[in-house]
Design a binder for this molecule. Structure first.
Ligand SMILES: [Zn+2]
Ligand SMILES: [Zn+2]
Length: 151
């Protein structure tokens, strides 16, 4: 897995016949500047772009996020109720997994090298090129467990 800079991404995209337009570059920059542990939905990204005076339509954002996720630039994180969040796909040692509460969507990131090793080994054995390897654990957080308890 590799981290993309604007320049290396441009080269990669060109190779695939896909241009890094200023809009796409702006979207990528936002994800690169996002603090560790933060994940953005398409709607949140839309609001952020609007706030920065970048009028990008929601449908363009959806398409761009899908494409960047398929290329392994972004990771798609499935929260409860089919609600998708995105983050930049970071290589080792920032590579991480998620523990998600299905009731309140609170998310904890954790690292585990053996999961990544299994992913890399499995892909390599089959001759696949690894783009990402993530474990998403769906659970109920302590706060929501307490809320569920009978009085
Ligand atoms: Zn994350
Ligand atoms: Zn919860």
């Amino acid at each position: 897995m590799s981290v993309y800079t604007a320049a290396s991404l441009k080269a990669e995209l060109n190779e695939r016949g896909w241009r890094l337009t200023p809009q796409r570059e702006t979207i990528l920059e936002i994800f690169q500047k996002l603090p560790q542990g933060e994940h953005l939905s398409a709607e949140e990204l839309y609001e952020r772009l609007e706030h920065e005076g970048e009028g990008i339509s929601l449908s363009t954002i959806y398409r761009t996020l899908k494409l960047m996720a398929r290329m392994g630039i972004l990771r798609e994180l499935e929260l409860g109720e089919g609600h998708k969040h995105y983050e930049i796909n970071q290589p080792h040692p920032h590579h991480h997994h998620h523990l998600i509460c299905t009731r309140c969507n609170s998310t904890i990131e954790f690292k585990n090298d053996s999961i990544l090793k299994i992913g890399a080994k499995t892909a390599q054995k089959e001759g696949y090129q690894l783009l990402d390897c993530q474990l998403t654990i769906h659970a109920v957080c302590p706060k929501c467990q307490r809320a569920l308890m009978p009085m």
